[in-house]
Structure formats: structure tokens, C-alpha cells
Design a binder for this molecule. Structure first.
Ligand SMILES: *Cc1c(COP(=O)(O)O)cnc(C)c1O
Length: 302
């Protein structure tokens, strides 16, 4: 047991199994599409933080794990889709900490099919999978629905979809502190908004690239900041131009861009989040969105 988590609950010890590589490395990426414009592209390698809880998932989950352990909960319960990185990270955390985990999975039709690789990993890590209809899944934040889940699965710490709650947002503020003074803009992919809400609170001006359609994420980031910090913090905005059709959707342009980026820099890109972030950032840099001399940090969240 060693190492205090960032943010909340300073001083509580974590098992060595959750020891993290922090601060995560910040590396220069020589890309002519940036250098031609007098820009520096920096990669904030949060993907290297922890092998089982990569990227923002470590930053978001660990403060929640500490809170659950302190409160004496034997079980973590959370929500996600069939390919959720958050469910996988929660299952791994449960295994490492000896906490039971329950994953409430969107789509009751999945219950009768073979598990995909992501859900199979969750189950292998000991997660109990509870498949629910889309209608039920929509009720995931309603107190009566959560009470029914508690009645069924026993006392548990309940984390929202994507893990974005106050603990998670404050955990991601550490990401902002690691970038403060080292970058002029910090860009990140946005799923539920928790990472951006925390990053923007204590880092350089932040730029979020939503990976899904809808246009409600700006209100959600503002809500998460109000809840975690009592009001708006820092400077941030969203660029809605690169969701490529929606969550886990792709386009020929995105695939081409990601393959080419991997060739140039030898870094495999997660297509759901990181490829969209880098496509957006590279496109905007090429269009002259940043003044020469700007240090642009891209957070590699996974
Ligand atoms: C979960 C995830 C995100 C999204 O983070 P939010 O806090 O939900 O916005 C971004 N990138 C990767 C790789 C993720 O797994």
C-alpha cells in the first residue's frame, strides 16, 4: 500500500496494484501540418498511466474507488454500452481491489448472444453483467430506478454512465495541473464531458471534440463543473465538427487520417475517441485556427 490519489481523499493509501505513472509523459510530436504553421503539437500520454485503467479512466475512477472503500461498500455498480471502456476499467479496478462489480448494460437483446470481447473481458474480471432494455437504461439516473438496483444487488457505490461524477471531475483537474504552463491549448475528446470539465478547471484553455452527435454536451460540461466546483471554472469550448456521424461511427476520412497518423508517428489511435480528436485538431491547425507559437497539447486518453 502506498501512493496517495490526486484530488479527493488525499492521504488515503491505494493498493500497489493501482499505482500509476503520474504525471503522465508529455512528448513532442513533430508533425509538419503543425510545424509548418509555427505550432508545436504535444502528446499528453495519459494512455500510459496504468495498464488496466488507461487514460482518463484511472483519473476518474480512483477517487471513486477510494470513496467506496472509505464508505465500506462491498460492490461498485455502474452503467455502460456493450463497448464501454468505462465498464472494462471498472471491472478491472474491482478485480485489483477485491470489490465486487455490477455492470448495467444497455440492450436486453445482448443477454442471449455471445459476449463481445469487451464484455467478455468484464466478465473475466468478475463483473456481474445485468442487461436491461433501452427504456430501462434511460432511467439510469432516476432515484427510484437506482433504489431498485440497490435492492437487487445489495449495498453498492453507484457510479453514473462513463463514471462522470464530482469525484471524477475533480480527479481530472490533476490533468489540468500537469499541463498548466506547459501548453497554451489543451485538447481532448469528449464522451460524457467529465474529463473536459476537470481539465478546463485547472489547465490551459481547453478545447473539447465531442465524439457523439446531439449538441447537449456543452450544457453537460457546465453542469458537471457547477456540481464539482460550485460554478464555472477555467476557459473551454467545444468544436462539434468531428463526431464523424456519431458515437463509434466512422468515415473514410477518419480511417485515412488515423492510418496515416499511425504511419507517421508509430502511435496506434483509438478510433472512438482519440482519432476524432486528432483529426479535428489537425484540421483546425491546417486552417490557421491557432496563432504561430501556440503549444497545442492533445490528451491521448486511451
Ligand atoms: C471514456 C473515454 C473518453 C471520454 O471521457 P469523458 O470524460 O466521458 O468525456 C475519452 N477517451 C477515451 C479513450 C475514453 O475511454
Amino acid at each position: 500500500m502506498h501512493r496517495a490519489p490526486p484530488g479527493d481523499n488525499r492521504g488515503v493509501t491505494l493498493p500497489t496494484a493501482l499505482a500509476a505513472r503520474l504525471p503522465s509523459p508529455l512528448t513532442e510530436c513533430a508533425d509538419e501540418r503543425f510545424t509548418r504553421r509555427g505550432l508545436r503539437l504535444l502528446l499528453k500520454r495519459d494512455d500510459l498511466i496504468h495498464p488496466a485503467l488507461p487514460g482518463n479512466k484511472w483519473r476518474k475512477l480512483v477517487p471513486n474507488l477510494v470513496a467506496a472503500l472509505e464508505a465500506g461498500y462491498p460492490t461498485l455498480l455502474t452503467f455502460g454500452g456493450a463497448y464501454s471502456n468505462h465498464l472494462r476499467a471498472t471491472a478491472a479496478a474491482g478485480r485489483l481491489l477485491g470489490l465486487a462489480t455490477v455492470g448495467v448494460v444497455r440492450g436486453d437483446e445482448l443477454a442471449d448472444r455471445p459476449l463481445n470481447a469487451s464484455l467478455a473481458r468484464c466478465r473475466a474480471d468478475g463483473m456481474r453483467l445485468h442487461f436491461v432494455s433501452r427504456a430501462a437504461y434511460r432511467r439510469r439516473a432516476e432515484p427510484e430506478y437506482v433504489a431498485a438496483l440497490r435492492a437487487r444487488f445489495g449495498p453498492c457505490a453507484v457510479l453514473p454512465e462513463g463514471g462522470s461524477n464530482d469525484h471524477a471531475v475533480r480527479g481530472c483537474a490533476a490533468l489540468g495541473r500537469e499541463l498548466a504552463g506547459r501548453a497554451d491549448v489543451a485538447a481532448v475528446a469528449v464522451g460524457t464531458g467529465g474529463t473536459l470539465a476537470g481539465l478546463a478547471a485547472s489547465g490551459p484553455p481547453a478545447l473539447g471534440f465531442p465524439v457523439l452527435r446531439g449538441g447537449w454536451l456543452g450544457a453537460e460540461v457546465a453542469r458537471l463543473q457547477r456540481s464539482a466546483f460550485g460554478g464555472p471554472r477555467g476557459s473551454w469550448r467545444l468544436d462539434e465538427g468531428f463526431h464523424c456521424g456519431g458515437y463509434a461511427r466512422t468515415t473514410a476520412e477518419l480511417e485515412r487520417f488515423a492510418d496515416d497518423f499511425e504511419q507517421r508517428h508509430g502511435l496506434a489511435l483509438d478510433r472512438v475517441y482519440v482519432a476524432k480528436l486528432l483529426l479535428g485538431l489537425t484540421t483546425r491547425a491546417t486552417e490557421g485556427a491557432f496563432p504561430p507559437g501556440t503549444r497545442v497539447a492533445a490528451v491521448i486518453t486511451g
